[in-house]
Design a protein around this ligand. Structure first.
Ligand code: MOS
Length: 765
């Protein structure tokens, strides 16, 4: 268990500076930025101390004077309309100030869907008509002096409905299937060569269908906002990944200027895609605050987030894989049906992974959107890649077994080390083979016996070893960094960085702090990082798609180059900023960067609150991050309970900007992968609509007892092309491939090939 030992040694060696934990480099010394500055201590987690003390303020921690509390009322039918409300009993509860039902036209309008050029989590705003588009949709909002009164009153609001037929599963009557390339030409199918002919001619063929359930993002921190009108201006405290979309979305919805809205989101308690856009509770909440003339706080209850939050849609994938008798992959056909809502076309990109994971010359992808009566699905960590890898990497395992080849060797033989098969352009860097080799080594793969059911413990426990690979785009978004340096005397200089980015637990403050301390010779406790705050700051473009580090760091790097120029310091290598700034007036400057190939008017798009991420394909190259997972499962011989005692994961994310939080990201992605494979499945009943297992009692996520040893290792080779700092992506790739690695291990233990998630005891009896 090298990871755990290292972790403990690191913690033991920590020395406390004021408010910052720093330590030498027990994990990866090479992770530091700037070769000559490796002696600088780096920050483990700059916000750790504040977090454990409860000093970090989240959206729902705000308690302005005269605060009131809101609780939503949600629809209890699958689809239809509200004919009549009875709010008398609710209004009679002492302390109730407002029961908001239909919002009159002109007071609130739907902001467009973020992936249709807008801001919102979906393009349909509840409460602006009598319509109930899906079970669990918000239909009213109660505001009271206390949370207890608001909760009691919300339970007393009754509605009389007229119901309509609805469809909530992929195969239901009334579910409408659309070919994405036709209805949303911005997302054409990936086609290379003639996959159908090459598949037909392949001597070895695999053809299988894989089912993925709807799954729901469950960050510890709930969706929550505290809103306050200060005269004509609206202040929103909300944990978000996209303060700018929240700002512009609520302004658009209310018909006011975005200049009158400020969004404050210094930290989010987990987000994972669920908090990447303007949420639909915010418009009604802002109107409620205006009506009651007081600040209002709303925390969406956990059970309601199953319908208020975006989710991973139900999916069905058919993969056909053709190979020659040596195991050389010749053709792949990947067809995906996945769920969307009635009102939005959630753009699918599953074949971004399958088309470029291996060197497969003939490839055809096809995406179909299935309209159902649910809220719009969204980007839940590794939204497409986790699902696509489950299908592809299970098939590759089957291919290895059919041909009697080792699954690691088969993958290495089909690697596409230098060239992206889709675009024909070079990869900026690709160390997948090294991930596989190092992972095999650390796991002890050499001792694996190939046959299914060939490894057993003395007590009869079935043991299975599985491997799978993963990839994820190395995306980038435009960023503006404002750097302010202020002398605090001969030996200290405060550097304040305001940059677009959001801290949601992934450690962006730590990554930024490390870059600055290593580059400028300032101490970690003298670095102040401002992110997720629209007040007087550059536009806070969304932080998603694992592009946060590769977006913020290059802009800061450019600002530091400018600072060195302005102060007459050497352009590279170590400098002593405290000495250079001693006796000088504070310096403030700014720099901005954008993704390779983005046009200059991308800045206007960012300023207007739009999404402007780019990648993995850039004009001259393609950039991806990679991972290999090795998993051991143990299955009890009689009750067939599946456990995962041991995982080895090796990731290539370019330069490691923050060793401690990077390793933690991977560990979190693996844990989520275990949950997504063995626990998380949202139950849908065609008779009722909506999601029925809408609580953490019924929607099981992993607990500590489900998690064994996770050994994380990072390749840590800077990407030489993508950006000046050499960083790629990490948060999402960490989860990609966990599901097939577990499924492959289950096959190895039992001989059962399970192609439906989550995998349960009944699948291996
Ligand atoms: Mo991520 S699922 O793009 O926040």
């Amino acid at each position: 268990m090298p990871t755990r030992r290292n972790f403990l040694r690191g913690a033991g060696a920590a020395t406390a500076l004021a408010g910052v934990e720093t330590v030498g480099s027990p994990l990866t010394a090479a992770a530091l930025v700037g070769d000559e500055t490796r002696r600088q201590p780096y920050a483990r987690r700059v916000d750790a101390r504040d977090k454990v003390r409860g000093a970090v303020r989240y959206g729902a921690d705000q308690a302005p004077a005269r605060l009131t509390h809101a609780v939503p009322v949600v629809a209890t039918i699958g689809k239809g309309r509200v004919v009549e409300f009875d709010t008398a009993a609710a209004e009679a509860v002492p302390g109730v100030r407002l029961v908001l039902t239909h919002i009159p036209a002109g007071e609130l309008r739907s902001a467009p869907f973020i992936m249709a050029g807008g801001f919102a989590v979906q393009g349909y705003q509840p409460m602006t008509s009598d319509r109930v588009a899906y079970r669990g949709q918000m239909i009213a909002l109660v505001v009271a002096d206390t949370l207890i009164a608001a909760t009691e009153a919300a339970a007393l609001v009754t509605a009389r409905y007229e119901t309509e037929p609805f469809a909530v599963t992929l195969d239901a009557d009334g579910a409408e299937t659309l070919v994405q390339a036709t209805v949303n030409p911005r997302f054409p199918d990936t086609v290379m060569g003639d996959a159908d002919a090459a598949y037909a001619a392949s001597p070895v063929k695999l053809d299988a269908t894989y089912d993925g359930p709807p799954q729901h993002t469950m960050p510890i921190e709930l969706l929550a906002s505290t809103v306050e009108w200060q005269g004509e201006n609206l202040i929103v405290h909300e944990s978000t990944q996209n303060a700018n979309a929240v700002r512009h979305g609520v302004a658009y919805s209310l018909g006011i200027s975005a200049d009158r809205v400020e969004v404050v989101s210094p930290s989010a308690g987990g987000a994972f895609g669920q908090k990447n856009s303007f949420q639909l509770h915010l418009g009604p909440l802002a109107l409620a605050a205006r009506r009651v003339g007081r600040p209002v706080k709303l925390v969406i209850p956990r059970t309601q987030t199953f319908h208020a939050g975006s989710f991973r849609p139900a999916s069905r994938q058919r993969i056909r894989l053709g190979a020659d008798r040596t195991g050389r992959m010749l053709a792949a056909i990947h067809e995906i049906d996945a769920q969307t809502s009635r009102f939005d076309l959630f753009p699918m990109q599953y074949t971004e992974l399958t088309g470029r994971m291996y060197d497969i010359p003939d490839f055809r992808g096809r995406h179909q959107l299935v309209r159902t009566d649910a809220q719009t699905p969204g980007y839940m960590r590794a939204p497409f890649e986790h699902i696509a890898a489950f299908a592809l990497e299970s098939s590759v395992d089957e291919l290895a077994h059919q041909l009697g080849r080792d699954p690691v060797a088969l993958r290495l033989a089909n690697d596409a080390p230098t060239t992206d098969p889709i675009s024909g352009h070079p990869f900026t860097s690709r160390h997948l083979a090294e991930c596989l080799r190092r992972g095999a080594d650390r796991f002890g793969w050499v001792d694996r016996r190939p046959g299914a059911g060939s490894m057993r413990a003395k007590d009869g426990t079935l043991i299975g070893w599985g491997v799978a690979a993963g990839a994820y785009k190395a995306a980038t978004a435009p960023a503006t960094a404002v750097l302010r340096a202020e002398s605090l005397g001969r030996r200290r200089c405060r550097v304040t960085i305001t940059v677009d980015g959001h801290e949601m637990g992934q450690g962006i403050r730590t990554a930024i702090t490390n870059l600055i301390t290593a580059n400028l010779g300032v101490a970690a406790q003298d670095v102040v990082v401002v992110v997720g705050d629209t007040r007087g700051a550059p536009p806070q473009h969304g932080t998603a798609g694992s592009w946060g580090t590769a977006t913020a760091l290059p802009a800061i790097d450019a600002a530091m180059v400018r600072l060195r120029q302005q102060l007459g310091l050497r352009p590279s290598g170590p400098v002593d900023l405290p000495a250079a700034m001693a006796g000088r007036a504070p310096v403030e400057l700014q720099a901005r960067t954008k993704a390779p190939g983005q046009p200059d008017d991308v800045w206007d798009r960012v300023a207007a609150g739009g999404a402007a991420g780019a990648g993995p394909e850039y004009p001259a190259f393609t950039s991806m991050s990679y991972i290999a997972h090795f998993v051991e499962v143990r299955i009890e011989p009689r009750i067939r309970r599946i456990r995962v005692p041991r995982v080895v994961s090796v990731a290539d994310c370019g330069r490691v900007a923050s060793p401690v939080t990077a390793v933690s990201q991977v560990r979190g992605g693996v844990i989520w992968g275990i949950g997504a494979t063995l626990r998380e499945g949202s139950e849908v009943d065609p008779r009722f609509g909506g999601f029925l297992s809408a609580s953490l009692e019924d929607y099981a996520i992993p607990v500590n007892a489900d998690i064994g040893d996770i050994d994380v290792s990072l390749i840590d080779k800077p990407d030489p092309v993508l950006n000046s700092v050499g960083v790629k992506s990490l948060g999402e790739v960490s989860m990609v491939g966990v599901a097939p690695a577990i499924a492959n291990a289950i096959w190895h233990a039992t001989g059962r090939r399970v192609r439906r998630l989550p995998i349960r005891i009944e699948d291996v009896i």
